[in-house]
Design a protein around this ligand. Structure first.
Ligand code: NAP
Length: 307
């Protein structure tokens, strides 16, 4: 199969860190255009807007990598032009937007892929298989990182729709919804908002699975020193620790061997497979949990945050 001509919209941090090397490593896609107000990629045709790009470039697929508040409008334009669309996470700013895009992709006969990169972390599939083989009694999710290190001066992330600490927290929820054998539901949440920001800096969620087993999730952006991205499960076969954002797995204190790291390479392979099969993959479960956390959330004001 010849490579699929691809355009990237919103050339920023994640495009440079992950998309460009992963596209270059694979043979499924050829990057032929970008649409970005400031960002460009050497040797690739650059347009300022998606409208100009769709008008002039010969592309079959588009990756939308701008902040979530601006993804829907771009996605509608790309789908209207009958392009296959890869959505960075989170797939949109609201659930209704994503539902509309899903319907539109079906209507236009193209593939829509709501990507969740953390689900492709090295130890996630092993964790899922392990949990399917035993009984889960309780789960604790601890996602604590230093926002100043990981998101310096990213204004959009603090604005309404930018998700705040749920920007990394939704990665934990994307893993949780993939590895747990039963669906889970939020029963209570507390959100801590800096008094000068419109998005939370910390959140604590209580959930239960369909059999009433407890799940607790703590997300915090004020962690300096050691960073924590862990999911711990107490099971009938011992404690499972899925650590470092899904990179390492131990059961009963013993480290299990895992796949090599290739999250974004795997995402592009999946996107190509969806296009070849004429299918879409739009799982909104992680975003639905975030919406539920906001619906049930008790709001606490905390000290102002300055970068
Ligand atoms: P970013 O660098 O702040 O933004 C990406 C690009 O989007 C910017 O360089 C900018 O390019 C464009 N953009 C910014 N504001 C815009 C606006 N108002 N309208 C249209 N375009 C705008 O962010 P990022 O870290 O790459 O994250 C982008 C998405 O990827 C987010 O949804 C994030 O959750 C996800 N993600 C990020 C990471 C990470 O480690 N950073 C990891 C996984 C997923 P121009 O100024 O050139 O238009």
């Amino acid at each position: 199969m010849p490579p699929i001509n691809l355009a990237i919209v919103g050339v920023g941090k994640i495009v440079r860190d992950q998309h460009l090397p992963s596209i270059a490593r694979g043979s499924d896609f050829r990057l032929v255009a970008t649409a970005s107000r400031h960002g460009t990629v050497e040797g690739v045709d650059a347009y300022k807007t998606i409208d100009e790009m769709l008008e002039a470039a010969d592309v079959a697929a588009v990756s939308l990598c701008m902040p979530p508040q601006y993804r829907y409008e771009a996605a509608r334009k790309a789908l209207s032009a009958r392009k296959h669309v890869f959505l960075e996470k989170p797939p949109g700013a609201t659930l209704s937007e994503v539902a509309d895009l899903d319907a539109m992709a079906r209507d236009k006969g193209v593939s829509l892929f709501a990507s969740w990169h953390s689900r492709y972390a090295p130890a996630v599939e092993s964790a899922r298989s392990f949990l399917a083989s035993t009984t889960v009694r309780s789960v604790e999710i601890i996602w604590k990182e230093d926002v100043r290190h990981w998101h310096p001066n990213q204004e959009w992330i603090w604005q309404a729709g930018g998700l705040g600490v749920f920007d990394p927290g939704i990665n934990a929820l994307s893993i949780m919804t993939h590895i747990l054998p039963r669906p889970a539901f939020i029963t209570a949440s507390t959100l801590e908002f800096p008094e000068n920001r419109d998005a939370p800096i910390a959140a604590e969620l209580q959930l239960e699975d369909a059999e009433g087993r407890p799940i607790r999730a703590v997300f915090d952006w004020r962690q300096t020193g050691r960073q924590t991205w862990d999911i711990l499960a107490e099971t009938d076969a011992g404690q499972m620790v899925l650590s470092e954002g899904g990179s390492k797995l131990s059961v009963g204190g013993e480290l299990r061997s895992v796949e090599p790291e290739q999250e974004y390479f795997s995402l592009y392979s999946r996107f190509a497979a969806l296009i070849a099969a004429g299918r879409s993959d739009v799982d909104i479960a992680p975003l639905r949990h975030v919406a539920d956390a906001f619906l049930l959330g008790k709001r606490k004001l905390v000290e102002p945050f300055h970068d």
